[in-house]
Write a protein that binds this ligand. Sequence first.
Ligand code: G4P
Length: 284
Amino acid sequence: MALQWYPGHMNKAKNQVQDRLKLVDIVLEIVDARLPFSSRNPVLEQIIDQKKHIIILNKSDLADPKLTSDWKLSFEQEGIRSVELDAKHNKGLGKINDLIHSELADKIEKYENNGVKNYRIKAMCIGIPNVGKSTILNRIVGKNVAVTGNKPGVTKNQNWLKTKYDIDLLDTPGILWPKIDDPKVGMKLALSGAIKDKIYAPDDVAIYALNFLEAHYLERLQETYGLDKSDLFDHTTPELLMHLTEKLGYKEDYERASRRIIEDVRKLKLGRVTFDVPGEFYEE
Ligand code: G4P
């Protein structure tokens, strides 16, 4: 789902998230593992305050494993612990449970020292559209869906979902908008499918993709499309798109070739690719 964000929407979303933050012990910030920078919203950092917070790198099945490790390290250096997840194939939930327990170890110890049994950890998922929040919610709740209902002192109409762990999850994830001040961030979000295809011209997105692939995944680009070294080094990126259009049999239909290249990236024809590189995304 892609959302059109206006200042009014943004404020409302921010206030809603802020309100519900008060109800939880820990925030699970969901990002797309292919875009650990571009799929975050810095507003969260501003409103999260002292709340415990972990990052879940979802869609890790689509991301470059080496860069996922690098990102985990980079977040760790910022003081945020993170964990990868493939919600689609249900891989990694146990690690999230472990990390939540480790982050809340002090609180859990207090419960135990005070003889509190059957305590429930309260958590909520937050993220921009399309990073997989609903999928995660469904996975983590599994078949044990049990709405615990409104409780005194809790925001009206706010339901908790019982998960298969000792964790209750707010039933509606917090949605934040992507921050697209930098046009490259917009291109990356478009390439990943996070924003509607009609918002950007496909040839702009394809040229962005080819440029990035030339810089970071040259061999894969060559292999996938059977390109010679001369195709790559003697051409500007728009010329490369023209060349590929012909090579793929689309004559002069650059738009069709662009859609094909975007689809190839999304469907892993070029392997698992991550479009944000730690430390590099500013000057890229
Ligand atoms: P949201 O609530 O944050 O907006 O995201 P949502 O769960 O709706 O997921 C958005 C898309 O991402 C869905 O695909 C979903 O299947 C896919 N997705 C979620 N988690 C993962 C993951 O770990 N790996 C992969 N590869 N995909 C994931 P869709 O195309 O919109 O629907 P569908 O193809 O599943 O029907």
